[in-house]
Ligand binder design. Structure first.
Ligand SMILES: [Fe+2]
Ligand SMILES: [Fe+2]
Length: 216
């Protein structure tokens, strides 16, 4: 399975636009908010994998792939929690950006489309997390945060590769790529616009380069 997950097929390009310099600047200015939000993201990523296992309980392949993924996300959650606790920062609820809800709303209701869209939405979220964690790992002035984001990166890359393989294996490359392009456009739309306030910065708050804007 490891060989499959690192195959060229798994390295498909997911994101339709890169994150903006403005997002990185906002995230670096509020590392604690992003870290708390990140803990919630890991918990939610485990929940997404579990939800799929509950929705399709007799699907052995799906269970075999998603159960370890869910466990890994919970381990990430614990790692972030430990760092927060070490800093005396309590985990607290944070209002989520519209991102997740916007993507979930794009999932078609009837099967088999619902399953395909669910895989692709989960993969897109993983891909964006991976991209933004890479930015934080490269640019955080805080060494502990650089380390944390740096160690989590490889898993997130594996996770979107895994969702890709689940989608392509069942729906074929042509159908999967066509739908991924549509959902990737929704994902960029969900990250477009201006941040309402500095406290609204999150792992998936707005901030993407506009196509053709030419600004970094
Ligand atoms: Fe994770
Ligand atoms: Fe992940």
């Amino acid at each position: 399975m490891t060989a499959l997950l690192t195959s060229p097929t798994a390295r498909v390009k997911w994101l339709a636009a890169p994150s903006s310099a403005a997002w990185l600047e906002q995230a670096l200015a509020h590392p604690e908010l992003v870290l708390i939000d990140h803990a919630h993201c890991e918990r939610k990523a485990a929940g997404v994998a579990l939800q799929l296992m509950f929705r399709y309980p007799s699907d052995a392949e799906l269970g075999a792939l998603l159960s370890p993924l869910a466990r890994e996300e919970l381990e990430h959650f614990e790692q972030v929690l430990q760092l927060l606790q070490g800093r005396g920062t309590p985990l607290r609820p944070l209002p989520a950006p519209a991102y997740g809800a916007t993507l979930t709303a794009a999932v078609r209701r009837g099967e088999p489309q619902r399953m395909l869209d669910s895989f692709l939405v989960a993969g897109l979220i993983e891909a964006r997390s991976h991209e933004r964690m890479a930015l934080l790992a490269a640019h955080s002035p805080d060494a502990a945060l650089r380390d944390l984001y740096g160690t989590l990166l490889a898993s997130e890359a594996r996770h979107f590769g895994l969702y890709w393989l689940l989608a392509e294996g069942r729906y074929g490359r042509e159908v999967t790529v066509a739908r991924l392009e549509e959902l990737a456009a929704v994902e960029v739309q969900a990250l477009s616009g201006e941040l309402a306030s500095v406290e609204a910065v999150r792992m998936h708050s707005v901030g993407v380069e506009r196509a053709g804007s030419g600004t970094p």
